[in-house]
Ligand binder design. Structure first.
Ligand code: GDP
Ligand code: IMO
Ligand code: MG
Length: 424
């Protein structure tokens, strides 16, 4: 079986935890989009891993790990992650494969991300400042892009970096009054990256097709979530890659029809980091209750996450555009103790009842939520391991989500640890 795990909301749904679990029965785990803006948490017993670029299957020593063409690879972060896992006894040698077509995030991308956000002031996107937007803008712009495969020809790369630095320095000086880009310093860093990363760099499209032909089981891991997709999310408050299920084929070179099952991950409520419309947001004591109980602080930046009720309109949109087969509903435990729980089943926009999610931020910003209100539950469910061990109100809540979203919930999260997961 080949699987794809994809976020249905604005990221941080708990994808890392599910990918780690599914990786146990897979041969290859593939990270196919985003960059070090992602933060995927895996908790095994007392051990906590926060992965940014390596696929979340990386901590299982028998799993091969692939980073595809569409991932914006920050070599510094990636090498740090490889070293950090090695320090914990987990080696990536001979089992990590990075596409030679992956674009590199270099220092000037991170500088540009920061400069742009600062200059936007109150209109900023609230990026993770990991250089993702500027790197992928260079990819689409083509002329000044640097790919992983370029590390194989250092003389050519030196020339390329001089051209990049000349162009970017003019932009930095005239637009931001900022210091120029130092081509030589960047080149020296790249020389070091080449030494360490070249053994991992290869044609991952060929590798994946050969593996599929050999009957290997492949697990695709999406970063971010559908509502942050550059084309189908809440633009401009999105990331710069196709983070919905639609991105999986283009971002990996493997057609969607080779995937047997797309699993969409959602929380039992919604969260968002950064700016942009969020119709079900509870900027009040309910949001704070969820943030405290769910430990809703960013894995990458530590920022408090905005919290709100489960948005079934947005979730239905995400499963529809992504042809998602089933749902994993994480953090059900976090909602315990609330008198009532709510599911948004429609929006009122300018007096119209809307059930198909408008991704256009201008419209979404005007949405008033129409809620279904259900009774809450007080029981601690973190030790439940079977669905019928959940209190009736928690089961009814899951049934409510299934009914409005129109997909079965086959996985329920009842805590952050690997074993705190119910499969149905
Ligand atoms: P990702 O980006 O989708 O991989 O998610 P993150 O790792 O950024 O954020 C999810 C957070 O929720 C992490 O801290 C996880 O350890 C935690 N988590 C995942 N599933 C559950 C769950 O079912 N219950 C609770 N309480 N925490 C969970
Ligand atoms: P994972 O994979 C949550 C958000 C940022 C910002 C917007 C653009 O852990 O779910 P960017 O740095 O990509 O240009 O920022 O996207 N964002 C995420 N939010 N989880 C993520 O990844 C995110 N990656 C980017 O907060 O609003
Ligand atoms: Mg995350």
């Amino acid at each position: 079986m080949n699987y794809c795990v994809v976020g249905l909301h604005w990221g941080d749904e708990g994808k890392g935890k599910l990918v780690d679990i599914l990786a146990e029965s897979c041969d290859i785990v593939v990270r196919y989009n985003g960059g070090a803006n992602a933060g995927h948490t895996v908790i095994v017993g007392e051990d906590r891993f926060a992965l940014h670029l390596l696929p979340s299957g990386a901590i299982r020593p028998n799993v091969q790990c692939v980073i595809t063409n569409a991932v914006a690879v920050d070599p510094e972060v990636l090498l740090g992650e490889i070293d950090s896992l090695a320090g914990r006894g987990i080696s990536l040698q001979l089992r990590l494969f990075i596409s030679y077509n992956a674009h590199l995030v270099l220092d000037y991308h991170k500088a540009e991300d920061r400069l742009r956000e600062e200059s936007l002031g109150k209109d900023k996107i609230g990026t993770t400042v990991r250089g993702i937007g500027p790197c992928l803008a260079d990819k689409v712009g083509r002329s000044y892009a640097v790919r992983a495969g370029d590390l194989a020809d250092l003389e050519k790369l030196r020339e390329k970096l001089r051209a990049v630095a000349s162009y970017k320095s003019k932009v930095f000086a005239s637009v931001y009054n900022a210091a120029p880009v130092d081509a030589d310093a960047q080149f020296e860093k790249c020389r070091g990256y080449a030494e360490k990363l070249l053994p991992f760099i290869t044609d991952t499209t060929e590798l994946l097709h050969r593996a599929a032909a050999d009957g290997k089981s492949i697990l695709f891991e999406g970063a971010q979530g559908t509502l942050l997709d550059i084309d189908h999310g809440t633009f401009p408050f999105v990331t710069s890659s196709n983070s919905s299920a639609l991105g999986m084929p283009a971002c990996s070179g493997v057609p969607a029809k080779m995937v047997d099952r797309f699993i969409g991950v959602a929380k039992a409520y919604c969260t968002r980091v950064g700016a942009g419309p969020f119709p079900t947001e509870q900027d009040n004591e309910i949001g704070q209750y969820i943030r405290d109980r769910g430990n809703e602080y960013g894995t990458t930046t530590g920022r408090p996450r905005r919290c709100g009720w489960f948005d079934a309109v947005a979730t239905h949109y995400a499963v529809t555009v992504g042809a998602v087969d089933s749902l994993a509903l994480m953090h059900l435990d976090t909602l315990a103790g609330l008198k009532q729980v709510k599911i948004c089943r429609a929006y009122d926009i300018d007096g119209r009842t809307v059930t198909f999610f408008p991704s256009y931020s201008g419209l979404l910003g005007k949405a008033e939520c129409i809620y279904e209100t259900l009774p809450g539950w007080d029981e601690d469910i973190t030790s439940a391991r079977q669905f019928d061990q959940l209190p009736p109100a928690a089961r009814d809540y899951v049934a409510g989500v299934e009914q409005i979203v129109g997909r079965p919930v086959t996985v329920v999260g009842v805590g952050p640890e690997r074993s705190q997961t119910i499969f149905r």
